[in-house]
Design a protein around this ligand. Structure first.
Ligand SMILES: Cc1ncc(COP(=O)(O)O)c(C=O)c1O
Length: 405
């Protein structure tokens, strides 16, 4: 691996490395030889495995998590206000805009960096139609009170679970509380390069999303177990007759990627276990007087898609710059938070997006958050070096020359 400016020439430790190899390559080759490159048996198998893994009844493979979020709202006809945390990746808010609805930004809890149930309650008004929680960095939000608000007010609950495949809340996976939307981007707990999955216990939601993801033309399962596929035929019409019942999209996942997903899902628990070993080492080794470390809330299992810390009393920007100059791929998730990004600043000014109240915790956390490298193949030596360099960089960042940051 290339060196990136560390005078001592220590190798670059990236933020993440996807765990893909020969098994995934063999699965791709098999699909390529099969001639079933889209909507084939690999998609059905991936969906079935995913539904079984998460304990959710229906899973629909898609081209991204952003598409899953957008279709979940469009399938439910959401056009009003949608409450979400501002402390998230922009895609969460963009999906609300793409569905034709209005984002309403609420605040987060400091310990988990997930949507705070109290601020959700305050953000809900007469025009609210849905709440999108974001399960941040591998840990689920506090779902009981949020679900309670949603059922009391009749709101659709969507779980942006891009970062939390394998994380649980009271033993339940994302998608068990509302509609779960997952990502298979290379930095995630499982990857297909690009890709997404929508998981729900609501048969009508699954059906509508499947239809909208395929040009608005309904499809049904055809074939026998193990080789079943989705086909346009509905048994009543000739199979060549395709009729759109909605203005849909092409948000499908190719079978080539579904084949990768099947292998990844089989390896998921082992990969998450390896992430946890690194996380446990970081938590045991990083000094708590300089860093606030991630907390696994009671009753929750953290999937450590990211290991994020908050720096105390030093410039975060100086710290991250120092880490990068020492060949450690530290990063920031997220600064600026979505409500401070140019498009949303403009949208807020013109009433196309709303800030529900003070977002003090979001602003505070955004200024101090840092993501440290974590990935399944990370070695103990690499983790040790991250800790050692982090301590040195925190000292350097505390020096007066970094006051300008
Ligand atoms: C919280 C969150 N939501 C949504 C997305 C979008 O996922 P995708 O790239 O699969 O559309 C991401 C991806 O980084 C994410 O982290």
């Amino acid at each position: 691996m290339e060196a990136r400016g560390d005078p001592r020439g220590e190798p670059w430790i990236p933020l993440c490395i996807p765990d893909t190899g020969d098994e995934e390559a063999a699965a791709v080759a098999e699909v390529l030889r099969s001639g079933r490159l889209s909507d084939g048996p690999a998609n059905r198998e991936f969906e079935e495995l995913f539904a079984r893994y998460t304990g959710v009844r229906y899973a629909v493979s898609l081209n991204s998590c952003a598409s899953a979020l957008q279709l979940a709202m469009m399938a439910a006809g959401i056009r009003g206000e949608v409450v979400l945390p501002s402390f998230t990746f922009t895609a969460t808010a963009n999906a609300i805009v793409a569905a034709g609805a209005t984002p309403v930004f609420a605040d987060i809890e400091r310990s988990t960096c997930c949507l705070s149930p109290d601020t959700v309650g305050a953000a809900v008004g007469p025009r609210t139609e849905a709440v999108v929680v974001v399960h941040y960095a591998g840990q689920m939000a506090d779902m009981d009170p949020i679900r309670e608000i949603c059922s009391r007010k009749g709101l659709l609950l969507i779980e942006d679970s891009a970062q939390t495949l394998g994380g649980t809340y009271k033993g339940l996976h994302p998608g068990s509380f509302g509609t779960g939307c997952f990502s298979f981007y290379p930095t995630k707990n499982a990857t297909t390069g690009e890709g997404g999955m929508l998981a729900t216990n609501d048969a009508a939601m699954a059906d509508k999303v499947r239809t909208m993801a395929s040009h608005g033309i309904p499809r049904r399962v055809e074939g026998s177990a193990g080789s079943s596929v989705y086909a346009y035929a509905d048994g009543k019409r000739p199979p060549w007759r395709r009729e759109a019942v909605a203005a849909g999209f092409n948000f499908r996942m190719s079978s080539i990627l579904a084949a990768v997903g099947i292998v990844q899902l089989r390896k998921l628990d082992a990969m998450n276990c390896a992430r946890r070993r690194i996380a446990d080492f970081y938590s045991a080794s990083l000094p708590r007087d300089i860093f606030e470390l991630p907390v696994e809330a009671p009753g929750r299992t953290h999937a450590f898609q990211m290991y994020t810390i908050k720096v105390k009393g030093i410039s975060r920007d100086a710290f991250v710059s120092q880490m990068l100059s020492r060949n450690i791929g530290a990063s920031v998730h997220y600064d600026p938070p979505v409500h401070r990004q140019p498009y949303y600043q403009d949208a807020i000014r013109s009433g196309r997006a709303i800030v529900s109240g003070p977002l003090d915790m979001t602003d505070q956390v955004a200024k101090s958050i840092v993501s440290l490298p974590i990935y399944p193949s990370m070695t103990q030596e690499q983790a040790y070096r991250v800790v050692r360099v982090a301590i040195e960089c925190a000292k350097a960042a505390a020096s007066p020359r970094y006051q300008r940051f």
